[in-house]
Design a protein around this ligand. Sequence first.
Ligand code: FUB
Length: 329
Amino acid sequence: MNPIIVQKRYLIPGDYMADPAVHVFNGKVYIYPSHDWESGIPENDNGDHFNMKDYHVFSLDDVMNGEVTDHGIVLKVEDIPWSGRQLWDCDVAFKGGKYYMYFPMKDKNDIFRIGVAVSDSPEGPFVPKADPMKGSYSIDPAILDDGGGHYYMYFGGLWGGQLQRYRNNKALESAVLPKGKESALPSRVARLSEDMMEFAEEPRPIVITDEEGKPLEASDTKRRFFEASWMHKYNGKYYYSYSTGDTHLLCYAIGDNPYGPFKYQGVIMTPVVGWTTHLAIVEFKGKWYLFHHDCVPSGNKTWLRSLKVCELTYDADGKIQTIDGGGEG
Ligand code: FUB
């Protein structure tokens, strides 16, 4: 299917924001992005140039036209007791009157861990816990509130996201990326504990399969997971979406439960201008939206990304219509 060209909106033209996590709280749309800035660190495969040091929160009432409110800085590196560097893609969940922000950051040994910070308001500020979550690793936490008090965290990212340094939730002596016909490295999912502070179970691999139910292979770089997990539900099905990283696609796969397996379905968005691509999918006032980012405003400086949004549509069978990202494939 040819990608469709749709109207897109830059949400925060005055600053560089990326990696949107988006939720509807108290009847408003809240955006929790990464905050890019020019830190002067040269670009490399470890992603050292993504040297973010704080988070802002934004809200709006009308996605395509409404005014965007900046609630200011809600958490910063120097306030986090275990901090090393690099606040990457976060997410926020609501439970029992509190808002829980989950954020990846490198600790003092330059290892990505996932931390939790708590607020009484979706607008922050968020107060970080003293230590990262036990057994957490890698990047890009995304939370599914599955109802009934069940919350799941999806996480992981290759290359600079360090996922290749782990197998079966244990650190390896040295990183190993699967090759060729080996199964692709999976992202992870874990149910969260009642108090939202820890994993309630050992993280499990997210298996994405082809049409025949075979796990995608490592060499299948246009379909396999790389980073940027997101989960939403549509017509009772679980839509797991992600970026393919070095092939720059936003893809999705569908399953019957939060753990999967998930059958690969197709491309949500073709490449944007920039290296990374990232998404959040949210329903608001009866319409579905795709939040993402690109590097057009910065003149394709890959570490200075700008937040965008457009409408997302499904066909009668629940298939997402592929959107043109505007970059080169
Ligand atoms: O922003 C740093 C990293 O870039 C994110 O964690 C990835 O998902 C990619 O967007």
